[in-house]
Design a protein around this ligand. Structure first.
Ligand code: FCB
Length: 440
């Protein structure tokens, strides 16, 4: 499969993605409140090298420069997230107009440059005060999220045409509350399950609000899906892979697409589930205009062992296997098993240890990663899977959560001492790829 053969519909949306805490910086400016990532990253031992998002890429001050880059790249869409603590620094109640003003300017600048904003409401930066009141495991956090959604939609809903309510509910709940490797760093399966349920409820209720406040817009959610393969054909490996698929994928996908929580997993979690009220599943299954899929890698699962590395395969700097065909197989499976709305790939990309050489940043591995994944995507579309757009993660090297600045996902290199931006070779490659699709 080569990129030359990958061909996409003329209406296909080409984009790039970032998230507020990973790029904005300006963590204490213009009335922004504290988020769980400020607290978590400032606590020793949580993030590589003690890195924090206090400055990050300083996009808060440099967004016009970044939008110039987008223009040069030729993307028609940009995925960003709104930082909740900029809008409601105390989590609820008082609205900070200066925070809204920032997104107002950002969105106007994007639109003036022909770039359509895809706005995520929650990409992990919960106001710390809400965590102090129980965080996502507390059902009241859903009400707080609805208050926030109303405020943001009322201000930006006249110009935003695509809303993403939540980003990666598995990561929010399991990495944040179950395994403790993300903010707020709790380690309780019970909390993880409660958090997950409330994140999904927040999604469903926000979808209703967005339809009212931003009637011309499309509404979706981004779910991280990791196709899961058994290590061998042995029955035990097949069963282990199925369970892992329930944990990672079906638990979130099924209720959002109207199938309810999967029975096998309900049984497994029976002792530690949060209260699931009568109408909850109906709310979670709110009609979707699109489903966002974040795809990076696959998992291979062995009974009694868990996830195992595939020998001989290429891995990224995250240790994730490069497996482009997983994207095609995942999309084929979704197409076969669910009734799907439009799909967008809302994240896909790779970290490699890039460095500057004579003013350039050669990143052939990233180019080959992108070629492979776009070819897989083109073949899924040719098979009839309704994918409407692709967002490369990420426009910029940025704060990669618990890995701090040690993992570079950008197609633009960021020098974190000077904040200088240097487009990598993959930037030119993506620009030319998009250009060829447009003229082709
Ligand atoms: C996803 C996150 C995104 C980024 C990529 C590498 O899980 O949504 O913020 O960190 O992984």
């Amino acid at each position: 499969m080569t990129s030359a053969r990958a061909s996409f519909p003329s209406t296909f949306v080409w984009g790039a993605a970032t998230a507020a805490y990973q790029v904005e910086g300006a963590a204490t400016e213009d009335g922004r409140g504290e988020s769980i990532w400020d607290r978590f990253s400032a606590t020793a031992g949580n993030v590589w090298n003690g890195d924090t998002g206090a400055v990050a890429c300083d996009t808060y001050h440099r967004y016009t420069e970044d939008i110039r880059l987008m223009r040069g790249l030729g993307i028609g869409a940009f995925r960003l997230s709104v930082a909740w603590p900029r809008i409601l620094p105390e989590g609820r109640g008082r609205v900070n107009q200066a925070g809204l003003d920032y997104y107002d300017r950002l969105i106007d600048e994007l639109l003036a440059n022909g770039v359509d904003p895809y706005v995520t409401l929650y990409h992990w930066d919960l106001p710390q005060v809400l965590e102090d009141n129980g965080g996502w495991p507390a059902r009241a956090t859903v009400d707080a999220f609805i208050e926030y959604t109303e405020v943001v939609a009322a201000r930006l809903g006249d110009r935003v045409r695509h809303w993403i309510t939540q980003n990666e509910p598995w990561v929010v709940s399991w990495l944040g509350y179950g395994l403790g490797v993300h903010a707020p760093g709790r380690e309780s399966d019970r909390d993880a399950l409660a958090a997950g349920h409330h994140v999904l409820l927040a999604h469903g209720r926000a979808a209703e609000i967005l339809r009212r406040e931003s009637p011309a817009a499309e509404v979706g959610i981004s779910i991280d899906l990791v196709p899961t393969y058994p290590f061998s054909d042995a029955e035990a490996d097949v069963a282990a892979a199925r369970q892992s698929d329930g944990f990672r994928n079906r638990w979130f996908l099924d209720p959002v697409l109207g199938h309810g929580y999967p029975e096998d997993m309900l049984e497994r979690y029976a002792e530690i589930l949060p209260p699931i009220l009568d109408r909850d599943l109906e709310t979670i299954a709110a009609p979707l205009d699109f489903l966002g899929i974040n795809y990076y890698t696959r998992n291979v699962v062995r009974a009694g062992v868990g996830e195992v590395a595939t020998e001989g395969a290429e891995h990224t700097d995250m240790g994730w296997e490069v497996y482009p065909d997983g994207l095609r197989e995942l999309l084929a499976r979704l197409h076969a098993e669910y009734e799907l709305p439009d799909l967008y790939i809302t994240e896909n990309g790779a970290a490699f240890p890039d460095a500057r050489r004579n003013g350039r940043v050669p990143d052939p591995q990233r180019i080959s990663y992108l070629e492979g994944h776009l070819a897989a995507l083109a073949s899924a579309i040719a098979d009839g899977v309704p994918v409407r757009g692709y967002f490369l993660w990420s426009l910029l090297d940025n704060f990669e959560w618990a890995f701090g600045y040690s993992r570079r996902f950008g197609i633009v290199y960021v020098d974190f001492d000077t904040l200088e931006r240097v487009p990598k070779d993959s930037f030119a490659w993506y620009r030319d790829f998009i250009g060829a699709q447009r003229s082709g």
